[in-house]
Design a protein around this ligand. Structure first.
Ligand code: PRP
Length: 174
């Protein structure tokens, strides 16, 4: 469409600098302990790739497919697991990795679903936090950036599967 616009909200260098900081902080908090990083697909795959390298040390990577938007710009409120973990997480320190927490419905559902599997601990790292939109009382333990209530794409986030490959986060205007 000719009229749609993208405005850079968080440039690549700020994203990378913040991810390095998050990685250092997370590794410091966990010490030498192994961390099972659980990437929530699809949006988190780019953030997770950078974050696990920034954390360093003993890391296992697992993925969980969840969908709630079904291609539009608004949440439907219906959370659905499209692909479950391949391995048990009992007795492990788990870190859920999200690209964005918006209404919080996805994260709330995931925490409730994973807690019953008996992990030693479960924390959340989200690159973006859109707190003004929260519908349930849930928050990430580690947040990259708090952002206003605008529709963002890039660095893993999409609109109908487009824009995930942008190296920055941008505000999309139709
Ligand atoms: C996005 C994002 C989170 C969720 C956050 O996923 O990756 O998982 O929405 O929204 P919420 O806080 O309102 O629940 P989406 O359903 O767009 O799927 P995708 O990651 O495959 O793009």
């Amino acid at each position: 469409m000719a009229s749609e616009t993208l405005r850079v909200l968080i440039p690549e260098d700020r994203l990378q600098a913040r991810i390095r900081e998050l990685g250092r902080q997370i590794r410091q908090d966990y010490g030498d302990a192994p961390i099972t990083c659980i990437g929530v697909l699809k949006g988190s795959f780019i953030f997770m790739a950078d974050l696990v390298r920034a954390i360093g040390g003993d890391i296992r990577c697992e993925f969980l497919g969840v969908s709630s938007y079904h291609g539009g710009t608004r949440s439907t409120g219906v959370v659905r697991i499209t692909e479950d973990l391949n391995n048990p997480i009992e007795g492990q320190h788990c870190l859920i990795i999200e690209d964005i927490v918006d209404t919080g419905l996805t994260l709330d559902y995931l925490l409730r679903t994973l807690e019953v599997r008996g992990p030693s601990s479960i924390k959340v790292c989200a690159l973006l936090d859109k707190a003004p939109r929260r519908e349930v009382d849930v928050k990430a333990d580690y947040v990259g950036f708090s952002i206003p209530d605008e529709f963002v794409v890039g660095f893993g986030l999409d609109l109908g599967e487009r824009f995930r490959n942008l190296p920055h986060v941008a505000v999309y205007t139709p």
